[in-house]
Design a protein around this ligand. Structure first.
Ligand SMILES: Cc1ncc(COP(=O)(O)O)c(C=O)c1O
Length: 394
């Protein structure tokens, strides 16, 4: 079965009792038992729920493995992985540009518990090999990364990590299972912020963990129930609904991203475009090998001031200024003032995060409208630049 067919048919038969084409929302906390401990596989909805179980089966199918657990947020999913696999004295390796919430969770929650977090440029094989040691339990990567869309060679990282006895976790949020299948590249665990493309409509917060091996998955599944950060049946149902159009949506997101990258690349008021589909992007060759599309995100550096960047992101017609990504409605973000504002300016500079960097999450609108909106903003900026700084201050 092809991917798009699986999003609609995998583990999604009509409801046997009524023939309902769409599965109902099992909005229940508990279940009637025939005798104490005798039930139909469901005893309490923190432990298991039919709507949630159906979503987990579909997600596992789409990522090509047998095991999935969904959580109340992407970070709750990440927390379960870390709690399951890190003990005091263990080390975890992350690249410098890991998602800020992951960095905060590791350094503010797990480091004080006795774990060591090592930031390593995992693209550099020697640096990764030198950092891996017998205490390394996990190597945690995203690809493409946020917000510069760097691409890491997942297979090479898995090979090095496995040789040292470490597990590899891939956050597949940006690429999605449509464009990237990390298990086929050697990953042990995949996490998603389901909040983004998988649910796809900016209307819920949810996370998922997937694993190939039962031994890797079991402690994570245990924590899903033991710590209880589970999503509601309604949110699971919304994600099931969103997944049915995942491929359609993500292909449109990617088409829009490509059109925008092409329009911005070389524009006189754009210093640099970050998009893995551009041949000039440093991760382009690896992206071509390990992805089947370049994803839906584009970032770029304005050739202007911070104030001009603020004005640009605040006055778009179709790009709503807001955090998050991966929804049908386009979003625009100014990382240095929003998602990455908590990182000190000197550290942002060391990470290559310019204060005029703009991150775009093109939605599913028509590419012409999105490109026109951005070019219009640049044209207005051009008029202001032409006026000159003294007059602009008036
Ligand atoms: C790459 C990535 N991973 C994980 C998360 C955390 O997910 P959530 O916001 O659903 O907790 C985010 C959120 O922005 C993200 O961008």
């Amino acid at each position: 079965m092809e991917f798009a067919t699986r999003t609609i048919h995998a583990s999604q038969p009509s409801e046997p009792e009524t023939g309902s084409l769409v599965a109902p929302i099992f909005q229940t906390s508990t279940y009637e038992q025939d005798a104490p401990g005798v039930h139909q596989g469901f005893d309490y909805s923190r432990t298991n729920n039919p709507t949630r179980a159906r979503l987990e089966a579909v997600l596992a199918d789409l990522e090509g493995v047998a095991h999935a657990a969904v959580f109340a947020s992407g970070l709750a999913a990440e927390n379960a992985v870390l709690q399951a696999w890190l003990k005091p004295g263990d080390e975890v390796i992350i690249p410098p540009d890991v998602y800020g919430g992951t960095y905060r969770l590791l350094t503010r929650v797990f480091q004080p518990l006795g774990c060591t977090v090592r930031q390593v440029n995992v693209a550099n094989r020697e640096a990764l090999a030198a950092a891996l040691n017998q205490r390394t339990r996990l190597v945690w990567i995203e690809s493409p990364t946020n917000p510069r869309l760097l691409v890491y060679d997942i297979a090479a990282i898995c090979e090095a990590a496995h040789a040292a006895g470490a597990l590899v976790v891939v956050d597949n949020t940006f690429a999605t299972s449509v464009f990237q299948q990390p298990f086929a590249l050697g990953a042990d665990i995949v996490v998603h912020s389901v909040t983004k493309y998988l649910s796809g409509h900016s209307d819920l917060i949810q996370g998922a963990v997937l694993a190939r091996d039962l031994a890797v998955f079991e402690p994570i599944k245990f924590l899903q129930n033991a710590t209880g950060a589970v999503p509601s049946p309604f949110d699971c149902w919304l994600t099931l609904r969103g997944l049915k159009t995942l491929e359609l949506r993500v292909l449109r997101h990617a088409e829009n991203a490509a059109a925008i990258a092409a329009a911005l690349d070389g524009h006189p008021l754009v210093r640099r475009v970050y998009y893995p589909g551009l041949a000039s992007h440093p991760g382009h060759a690896v992206a071509r090998l390990q992805m089947t599309g370049f994803g839906g995100m584009v970032s770029f550096e304005l050739d202007g001031t911070v104030d001009e960047t603020t004005a640009f992101v605040s006055s778009r017609r179709f790009f709503v200024l807001g955090e998050s990504l991966g929804g049908v409605k386009s979003l625009i973000c100014h990382p240095s003032r929003m998602t990455h504002a908590s990182i000190p300016a000197n550290e942002r500079a060391a990470l290559g995060l310019s204060d005029t960097l703009v991150r775009l999450s093109p939605g599913c609108e028509h590419p012409k409208d999105l490109v026109a909106d951005l070019l219009d903003g640049l044209a207005r900026l051009g008029e202001r630049v032409a006026v000159g700084p003294a007059e602009r201050a008036l």
